[in-house]
Design a protein around this ligand. Structure first.
Ligand code: MN
Length: 144
């Protein structure tokens, strides 16, 4: 690949899931370069997401009238998950994060590590994602 994400020296070997394509559709809701690989679109839409070092998504909420939410299964590297009003949680391969519908949060890489997770979009009634403000450098760069 010759995408600009290569500038940050993508590791030769990451998780045994596809890298997919540069995440252009949702790129406006991310800081930094991410990649998205659909793994399955049946029953539970499932994606493998790759974040370059420093890349994270904006604060967002997975809304649903019933059910919904998101499950993250970390597959490579080091990253962060934070819920609004709570301390950030450091993530490593093997960690699982359950995100209930309606909870404002963000997830992404550590500043010095590539990071990958599987994201499962839990089915529900009238599901949608509300994108909010960015995670500013001032806050993000305080994280180790
Ligand atoms: Mn999310």
């Amino acid at each position: 690949m010759s995408e600009n994400g290569m500038q940050k020296n993508m590791p030769e070997k990451m998780a045994d899931f596809p890298l997919g394509k540069p995440n252009t559709e949702y790129g406006k809701y991310f800081i930094g370069q991410s990649y998205l690989a659909p793994l399955s679109m049946e029953i539970v839409p499932t994606f493998h997401v790759t974040f370059e070092p420093g890349c994270r998504n904006n604060w967002h909420i997975h809304n649903a009238e019933k059910g919904g939410g998101q499950l993250l299964i970390c597959t490579y590297g080091r990253g962060w998950y934070q819920e609004w009003g709570k301390d950030p949680v450091e993530l490593h391969a093997g960690d699982v994060v359950t995100i209930a519908a309606g909870v404002k949060h963000w997830h992404g890489a550590a500043k010095d590590s590539w990071f990958q997770h599987i994201a499962q979009e839990i089915p529900g009634k009238n599901t949608s994602t509300a994108w909010c403000e960015a995670v500013e450098d001032e806050d993000y760069l305080k994280l180790k």
